[in-house]
Ligand binder design. Structure first.
Ligand SMILES: [Zn+2]
Length: 251
């Protein structure tokens, strides 16, 4: 059997050997937040880590790669009203990520691909990249897996054009990767607005998720199937492998 690519499952000596090979470090970053009446709160963490593991397993014969422990907490103030949710504030999130990156750097790795699995982290990560570039010598790249793979995701979904929240897409992925965490008896109520209502003016403001979704769902989880989840996981895996292998991404 091939060796696990997961940092937490390797010995320190095995990890030092991967650093000597200049392995690319995948750093999954996710969230712990409500996901409607039918899914466990760990969805983003379970899916992000699961997809990173699949990508590393697929890539490791061609290039050295290791998956760092998943950062399970992210920016989720907008989900706090439902309970079950943890959130960072911006200074804490930046500090934790910087500590992770500096730890990785001190062990001799030079390339880190942050793979994000939570919409609420996207803008924060984008704004931290300059700091990461100045305060470390690492090549840090960041992507959100469901945005990266969106062109391949869309044709798999029946009634939504991208991953929403606790929706057809996320529920299908959970049915494929963590079926015990799906409450099938609650699926009939796992419906919300088709999309986040856009703000009418060119003026930004903070909104709780609860202001537009009573159930905590955006999309319709009743359309979820394990078969769709298997296909979604495969295209997300392939999109990450492509980034790992793309010389332009690391130039
Ligand atoms: Zn989610």
């Amino acid at each position: 059997m091939a060796r696990s690519p997961m940092w937490k499952e390797l010995t320190a000596a095995e990890i030092r050997a991967l650093a000597d090979q200049d392995a690319t470090v995948i750093l999954p970053v996710a969230s712990m937040e409500q996901h409607g009446p039918h899914l466990a709160v760990g969805v983003d963490t379970v899916l992000c880590e699961g997809i990173c593991r699949l990508a590393a397993e697929a890539a490791q014969n061609d290039l050295p790669v290791i998956v760092a422990p998943t950062l399970w907490c992210g920016m989720a103030e907008h989900h706090m009203a439902y309970g079950g949710t943890f959130t960072f504030d911006i200074p804490t999130y930046r500090a934790v990520l910087m500590a992770f990156l500096k730890s990785i750097e001190r062990h001799g790795f030079t390339k880190v691909l942050i793979v994000n699995g939570h919409g609420g982290n996207i803008s924060a990560l984008a704004s931290f990249l300059g700091d990461f570039a100045v305060e470390t010598k690492l090549k840090v790249r960041a992507t959100t897996y469901f945005e990266l793979a969106q062109a391949a995701i869309d044709p798999i979904l029946e009634d939504q054009e991208r991953i929403r929240h606790a929706c057809e897409g996320e529920t299908s992925l959970m049915m494929a990767l963590a079926p015990d965490l799906v409450r099938h008896d609650k699926l009939s109520g796992a419906v919300g607005p088709a999309r986040t209502t856009p703000l009418p003016l060119g003026v930004d403001r903070y909104r709780s998720f609860r202001s537009f979704s009573e159930t905590g769902v955006v999309g319709d989880a009743r359309k979820a199937t394990k078969e769709k989840g298997d296909r979604l996981a495969a295209v997300c895996r392939d999109a990450i492998v492509a980034v790992l292998k793309d010389p332009e991404a690391w130039a």
